[in-house]
Design a protein around this ligand. Structure first.
Ligand code: ZN
Length: 168
């Protein structure tokens, strides 16, 4: 299985992911492959929709080892933090995003057991970014309409340039 990262404006990035009914060998394998792709691109997190799988699965590594969450759900948010975020689906775009500084996330682990994780700082930011992906939300959507328009225009021209490069 070779996974490819879906890039904006691929419509799959806008779709909502479906709950995982059962944590089985197949979905664990997908998580392993996602971690490989994430590391290959020096990412800190990856959601299944970013590799074209509409399943509620995210993987992260904020420098403390791999973490896999099935059906993650934010059950509590507290405080505020602003951080410049990038996204593997939006290459070369970095946006300052305001998020909750602390979150409590309920999920299933690799054994299918219910877990609750309390996260802050980078882990909290990454979890919120990846859970947004499961709901079809990108960092662009977290900005006000004016900034969003500016970034969309930037991405449009960037894509034009990229196509030109490919043609020549
Ligand atoms: Zn992302």
């Amino acid at each position: 299985m070779i996974l490819e990262i879906k890039k904006y404006p691929d419509p799959i990035l806008r779709k909502k992911c479906q709950p995982i009914k059962e944590v089985n060998e197949e979905i664990r394998k997908l998580a392993e492959e996602m971690l490989k792709v994430m590391y290959a691109h020096q990412g800190m997190g990856l959601a299944a929709s970013q590799v074209g799988e509409l399943k509620r699965l995210i993987v992260i590594d904020i420098g403390e080892g791999p973490e896999v969450y099935f059906d993650p759900q934010i059950i509590k948010k507290q405080g505020e933090i602003v951080f410049e975020e990038g996204c593997l689906s939006l290459p070369e775009v970095f946006l300052e995003i305001k998020r909750a500084a602390q979150v409590k996330v309920a999920a299933l682990n690799k054994k299918g057991e219910k877990i609750v994780v309390k996260a802050q700082g980078l882990r909290a930011i990454t979890l919120q970014h990846e859970i947004d992906h499961l709901n079809g939300i990108l960092i662009l959507d977290r900005k006000n309409p004016f900034i969003r328009l500016r970034d969309l225009i930037f991405i449009f021209f960037q894509n034009l340039f990229r196509k030109k490069q490919l043609l020549t």
